[in-house]
Design a protein around this ligand. Structure first.
Ligand code: FE2
Ligand code: FE2
Length: 338
């Protein structure tokens, strides 16, 4: 099991979990930042100028840029929004949000406004603006509150609520309640006022409540992490009317890596009537959990008709193989082809 690895060198197989924290790595990052060739190599890989870079290597280049986390990295990531893979582009937007650098606001605004981009990519741009959390992003998020796509509308609603929450006078300057073993910047802070799983479940499943409150329960349940919490979250993945909420639960399951979530994830991925962004998130979560029952289904859907699902399975399988190989150089993308 992945969890048993030494966390100082452990690179989780879920692509979004690739954040490195040790001191030696920060020294490595400093030396990478001082080398212009590193940025050139990463740009060549990420933007696939030669047309022959496999998707998983482009993902690794992206996560190296995330770790470098400077304006030069933002500029390189911005160039890849002309690509034709919605999977890659939604990850670009996600990474820009997680870098939490206001320098990325301009490119994220233009992606959200660009209706020729896949809704999954626009959704992730709106969410990233919320993650960065600047009050100056409220105008554009309000503009798309009545987008024709419910996924965009709901994402903007959440991002606005998050920005207002983070900038509330009671909150400014205080440490974020969003600090957990999970390193992601989430679209809503966990509800830390309620400890009862059954009460959190009631809020989670109450479709009359604002999505932001329901998300806060979801992240609280993630942090509690018991089987009971997983089963409550499975109810959302299997039955909630909001595709956005279902996809976020699948993402959270990828973080939790609980085998108890596998039945709901398998059923989401196998359901061809489910929205592709939910199936994609289920595939990545299964790649992250990677018990013996997960891998055959990822291999099966590696040929799915839906490109985003097919590519998610490819990347998930790569992450699994990577995790089980001896390749532990997180920044290999920086050093050219391997
Ligand atoms: Fe998302
Ligand atoms: Fe995703």
């Amino acid at each position: 099991m992945f969890k048993s690895r030494d966390t100082s060198t452990f690179i989780p197989p879920h692509p979004r979990s690739m954040t490195i924290h040790t001191e030696s790595v920060s020294t490595t990052l400093e030396s990478l930042r001082s080398n212009p060739e590193v940025y050139q190599n990463l740009e060549t890989l990420l933007t696939n100028v030669n047309g022959n870079v496999p998707l998983h290597k482009r993902f690794r280049a992206l996560f190296t840029l995330k770790n470098l986390c400077d304006e030069k990295s933002v500029d390189i990531i911005a160039k890849a929004f002309t690509d034709d893979s919605a999977l890659l582009k939604h990850e670009l937007a996600y990474v820009l949000g997680q870098m939490k650098n206001s320098y990325a606001n301009d490119i994220l605004r233009s992606v959200l406004s660009d209706k020729s981009q896949d809704p999954m990519v626009r959704h992730e741009a709106a969410e990233a603006l919320g993650a960065i959390g600047d009050l100056s992003s409220l105008d554009i998020l309000e503009e798309y509150l009545d987008d024709e796509n419910p996924v965009i509308r709901e994402t903007c609603e959440l991002a606005i609520a998050r920005i207002n929450h983070e900038n509330h006078p009671d909150k400014r300057g205080k440490p974020s309640s969003n600090v957990t073993v999970y390193t992601s910047i989430d679209p809503a802070p966990p509800n830390t006022d309620i400890q009862s799983v059954s009460r959190l479940q009631e809020i989670l499943l109450d479709t009359r409540l604002p999505l932001f409150e329901r998300y806060r329960s979801m992240f609280a349940l993630r942090n509690i992490g018991t089987k009971e919490a997983v089963l409550a979250l499975s109810e959302v993945l299997l039955h909630d009317p909001s595709a956005l909420f279902r996809h976020e639960v699948a993402y959270v399951f990828g973080q939790m890596q609980s085998p108890d979530s596998v039945p709901a994830l398998l059923s989401a991925l196998e359901n061809k009537n489910e929205l592709y962004m939910v199936r994609h998130e289920a595939a990545e979560a299964l790649g992250s959990i990677a018990t013996s029952e997960c891998l055959p289904i990822l291999r099966k859907f590696r040929d799915d008709d839906e490109r985003v699902v097919k590519e998610s399975c490819e990347v998930a399988l790569d992450m699994y193989e990577y995790e089980n190989s001896n390749e532990f150089q997180y920044a290999d993308g920086a050093l050219g082809y391997r």
